[in-house]
Design a protein around this ligand. Sequence first.
Ligand SMILES: [Zn+2]
Ligand SMILES: [Zn+2]
Length: 137
Amino acid sequence: MVTTGQCLCGAVRYRVTAEPILTRACWCRLCQYLGAGSNTVNVCFPSNAITIEGTLSDYRSVADSGNVMHRRFCPTCGTALFSEAESRPHLIFVRAGTLDDREIAKPMVTIWTAQAPSWACLDPSVPRLEGQPPPPA
Ligand SMILES: [Zn+2]
Ligand SMILES: [Zn+2]
């Protein structure tokens, strides 16, 4: 399976040659900034299967768990593309809006629902977690 995607302006492009490990919708407070008020949808891949072209900026932050996070975005158009935790360098999370084929990104679970606003639209057919799920293998 080959998955491709890009930022809004096209300066950053990527190609993944692996199956998604999991897909999640995230309503954590930070994702609401990135998602312009809504959640983010993220597809997890093995990081050794992705090839990225173009220059990314990196926003580094420390999660409540103590994990150091890197959120990478296009410095030209501002599109958020990737998220990585230093503690799990074998995984990369791709922002689903950047995928050429978004159909592969239907969330398997919605996480951090406790931080969602009261008007959030949550798919009743998707399982929910109030907070952080355990990390994928
Ligand atoms: Zn761009
Ligand atoms: Zn989040």
